[in-house]
Design a protein around this ligand. Structure first.
Ligand code: DC
Length: 221
């Protein structure tokens, strides 16, 4: 059976995951958040003190990452443990960004991501989905927003929580991750030539969801 594959790429904090999730729910597709897979490996690397490229490469065969979809929602399993609630901290974000630059890590994730896409109708979000993972996707979208806008959205989200970092620190963190993701040698973040650019800097959440859902419906009609 031919499955429908939609690729959504873009930088950190552009809202790819929450938007992909809402679009997938509208269309009855599965949403695959590939960043969560790299985050699970980042968590493994922190727990086992192997964030350096050689160290994580030596351990990669022991790192068992699996996705489960419960009522359409993705859960990330690391060596059998559901780690979905432990992968969103700033430490794990940085570790994920580091391990995501390691070839052995990417090879492993590529196979798993291709397999999921061949078996399900999916919206898959990440950095290299349109360029590397699903070069023949039915539709590719590059979702972005300015670094300042992404930082201010994140700041508004965190403002009410204890230990909210200052805006400047959030912006610096986003700029650092943008740099890491676009400058690594293997599968760097870039817009695929045939991707549709959606700049959400001046768009609300629902507006972006509607726009992307319309693009997909037009393409599939
Ligand atoms: O989207 P995110 O912030 O949850 O991603 C976490 C890290 O994983 C981020 O530094 C980029 C990396 N990543 C990647 O290299 N390739 C992907 N397809 C998805 C995420």
């Amino acid at each position: 059976m031919k499955t429908i594959n939609i690729a959504i790429d873009g930088p950190s904090g552009a809202g790819k995951s929450s938007i992909s999730k809402a679009v997938a729910a509208d269309l009855g597709f599965i949403h695959v958040d590939t960043g969560a897979m790299y985050r699970a490996i980042g968590l493994y690397a922190l727990r086992h003190a192997c964030t350096e490229p050689d160290a994580i490469t030596a351990q990669i065969d022991k790192v068992d990452v699996e996705l489960k979809f419960i009522a359409g929602a993705q859960r990330v399993m690391l060596c059998g443990e559901d780690v979905s609630d432990y992968i969103r901290s700033p430490e794990v974000s940085m570790a994920a960004s580091a391990v995501a630059a390691v070839p052995a890590v990417r090879e492993r994730m590529l196979d798993l991501q291709k397999k999921i896409a061949s078996e399900n109708n999916i919206i898959m979000d990440g950095r290299d989905i349109g360029t590397v993972v699903l070069p023949h996707a039915d539709l590719k979208i590059f979702l972005t927003a300015s670094a300042e806008e992404r930082a201010s959205r994140r700041y508004l989200e965190l403002r009410e929580k204890p230990n909210c970092p200052p805006y400047e620190e959030i912006l610096k963190d986003i700029e650092q991750r943008d740099y890491n993701d676009t400058h690594r040698e293997i599968a760097p973040l870039r817009q695929a030539e045939d991707a549709v650019l959606v700049d959400s800097s001046h768009m609300g959440f629902n507006e972006v969801v509607e726009h992307i859902t319309d693009l997909i419906r037009e393409k599939l009609d």
